[in-house]
Design a protein around this ligand. Structure first.
Ligand SMILES: C[S@@+](CC[C@H](N)C(=O)[O-])C[C@H]1O[C@@H](n2cnc3c(N)ncnc32)[C@H](O)[C@@H]1O
Length: 246
């Protein structure tokens, strides 16, 4: 192990993110939700996912419905709502998070047409018999215990009629080193840096994720350090910056 650099050989499944602590400082937590968009814009690749996967689904009928699971501060569904509207699609987006603090933050932001926030688990929506054209999540998988991950993927298969996309960070020394350096002077007063580093330690490698993913899901490794799970598999998706794993 390099001094000052944790071992990334195995997932740090016992490491707890500050934002997940019930007694997390409310101001720091709100600042964290407010700053998620910067991280997502820099590393998450949702514009690429929108163009490559979501836009073709919405184009079939001029719109559709989408569910975002674990929406946090809500910036990813807000971006998708804006992109879809700019493309002329009529979309209805539901963004859920079971954490009351995330729900309160996201629903207090200015409303966007076609976007609503709910405090719920995916299992609540399955129990209500709801379905959506598309189900997505961002940076959520690494928060889950093994049984929760399996339940989330099973729920997604039931909820998503046409497409499910779960995107998460891939654990790597590069990701850790660059995130650590890149965020060093920024994000005072929020959990972005400390939780981002914990997230990378908790995250899956592409091979580990492929091992725990049920049959029928396509695992893609996206440049530079994202894992993307796709259901049902998209023929030809494993090209360019998307490398098929497993
Ligand atoms: C790191 S945040 C990511 C938020 C947002 N998706 C983003 O990319 O900025 C993870 C979120 O997942 C939520 N979460 C944790 N466990 C969950 C579960 N079982 N179902 C749904 N959401 C969950 C947390 O409350 C938290 O808001």
């Amino acid at each position: 192990m390099t001094p000052g650099f944790p071992s990334l050989d195995t997932r740090a499944v016992d490491a707890v993110e500050e934002m997940d602590r019930p007694d997390a400082d409310p101001q720091r937590l709100d600042r964290t939700y407010a700053q998620f968009w910067l991280i997502n814009a820099a590393v998450s690749g949702w514009r690429r996912n929108y163009v490559r996967y979501l836009r073709p689904v919405f184009a079939e009928r001029g719109g559709g419905t989408l569910l975002d699971i674990g929406s946090g501060g809500g910036d990813v569904p807000r971006c998708i709502a804006r992109w879809a509207r700019r493309d002329g699609f009529a979309v209805e987006i539901t963004a859920i998070d079971p954490d009351p603090r995330a729900h309160a933050f996201a629903s207090a932001l200015p409303a966007l047409p076609g976007l609503s926030f709910r405090r719920a688990y995916s299992s609540d929506l399955v129990a209500e018999g709801r379905t959506y054209d598309v189900v997505v999540s961002n940076h959520m998988l690494h928060h889950l215990a093994p049984a929760e991950l399996q339940a989330l993927l099973a729920d997604s298969e039931q909820l998503g009629l046409k497409l499910c996309l779960h995107s998460d960070i891939e654990r790597s020394r590069w990701a850790y080193a660059l995130f650590s350096l890149g965020t060093l002077p920024f994000f005072p007063g929020s959990f972005i840096r400390v939780d981002g580093l914990t997230s990378i330690r908790r995250s899956f490698t592409a091979a580990e994720l492929a091992e725990v993913t049920p049959p029928g899901w396509q695992g893609l490794q996206q440049w530079p350090w994202q894992n993307l799970l796709v259901f049902p598999p998209r023929p030809g998706a494993d090209t360019g910056e998307n490398r098929r794993v497993g």
